[in-house]
Design a protein around this ligand. Sequence first.
Ligand code: TSJ
Length: 647
Amino acid sequence: MAEDLLENGTAFSGEYNASEIQVLEGLEAVRKRPGMYIGSTSTSGLHHLVYEIVDNAIDEALAGYCTEIGVTIHNGNSITVTDNGRGIPVDIQAQTGKPALEVVYTILHAGGKFGGGGYKVSGGLHGVGASVVNALSEWLRVQVYKNGSIYEMKFSRGKVTQPMTIVGTTDYTGTSVTFQPDPEIFDGLVYSYEILHTRMREQAFLNGGIRIVMTDKREGKEQREEMYYEGGIRSFVEFINQHKSPIHEEVIYMVGEQDGSMAEVAMQYTNSYSEVILSFANNIHTPEGGMHEEGFKRALTNALNTYGRKAKILKEDEKVSGDDCREGLTCIISVKLTDAQFEGQTKAKLGNSEIRTLVNSVVSEKLEIFLEEHPAVGRSVLEKAMTAARAREAARKARESIRRKNALDGATLPGKLRDCNERDAALTEIYIVEGDSAGGSATQGRDSRFQAILPLWGKMLNVEKARADKVYGNDKLTPVITALGAGLGEEFDVNKLRYHKVVIMADADVDGSHIRTLLLTFFFRFMRPLIEEGYVYAAVPPLYKLVKGKTARVAFSDEERDQISNELRGESSNAKIAISRFKGLGEMDPHELWETTMDPTTRTLKRITLSDAVAADQTFTLLMGEKVEPRRRYIEDNAWKVINLDY
Ligand code: TSJ
């Protein structure tokens, strides 16, 4: 390690001082345990590299010095991130004797740890995460446009390969970073435009007024999109509701600050029956909620009950519950604070209790004023909540009558279920399979010790139009509910689940996507903890089979097919390579299905996240909802492609 540094010709020579050794140890630690810093070395970690860099440019924008950020994917999957800010400082730091630029890229910043990252109000030297990206890149080049000069520096796997050098002159100011993720570290190197685009759009919504330009320059995939939302999180709500029918025109927006923390909320009700609340702390999504969500929910319930009574919409002793107040609500909560504490298993829950107080007081105060000033909106919202309360009561009755008939308590399992032998739910899986023939193959191919199969067929219920009372007793969904054994709606209890992996197995085509969307929408609306707590998966069946002589391999994408085909060609014999396409799960024999899609040692499962479910819910709303024109256009453009399985 020591020799490398000398050979690389960094600015220092001779002895290593303590800080040099620390630098080396720091970045070496990142390479040894990348998961600690970027979560994983799979697709999500690969994309995380981009977020780490973009966050720095966003900080520059929040400091008021940058208006535009560019993210470009190149052929070969290197990434360039640019901004038009002040440029990372290049002057020599007294402490280290090195350019600040070098320090940013070589010193591990505590805040760069996965899930960390503070609310940067200080204006101190940024670069959180830059050294992590540098350590995990085969190569990285940074250019700073500043003081009339272009400064350039290069690295490889965290080590300097070109000290800071002036390579030209410029009138421009800004920073440009290009990096190539290291194949020694990552499982795959292919960037998904979709994943990056979704994240960049979210950042553009959360930081209104910043223009983010995404460009894909890869051959055959060329595209470019500009994202700029003056309305910030208001525009985010409008975006989510674009295919829904709002019950009031204007998005309600509230903002407030206290003790250096700030809270922003945007909300709008639609005539849908589900709630969509997305919360963020320091621009980081908190799918498990936390103090900011708690503060919001409490304030909303109080404000609506208080207003309802005052406006004589609610009777003296009448009340609407929290759930009633959130039916049909779309809401974005964004807080910025120093020292954010992320808690929970996936560090996806905000723990700072002072934020509950802040959000509660902002929403209580501002919502009261809004309702006073917009009595017509107040009335619509309360009437919706009161209808929700009545529906909830009807659902309770329906549930009880079915329970009396013994249909939901698990005593009578559905006839179509092929159950497994194991009784410990933590060890078992249920495959929900579309179609008779795939169901048959899966039943024969499975390991019946721990894998259960539930075949589904026919047209599913349109849950868009159904409140819980319609779902009880529905002949397509009841088998799913009873097989899982954990109830639904308010009574859903994950502790009663009969299987800890719920795997949706459907074809990689339009029909398969249809059934996935339906099931995910159903889980999202009626068994949300099932998704939130990570029990739901999509099986990823292969698309191609390649056979050369006695070797058989499968591929999950066109790229992989080509890669495997090249590998096979490289092997010595000249035997022909036969490539066939799997047409569907139903066409695989039981053994093939087991090997490719069900065997835990060889299969690929995609864990469904809440954002997948939100996307499914949106697709569903779009396809089943009331707005006809966007639906027609969408079907023409996309069919049912939204839930893609390529990551
Ligand atoms: F760090 C990094 F590599 F991740 C990165 C940083 C990547 C990108 C694309 C941009 C940036 C970045 C950093 N953009 N702008 C800045 N700004 C500063 O670092 C900066 C500039 C001037 C001053 C000052 O006080 O004069 C202070 C700072 C922190």
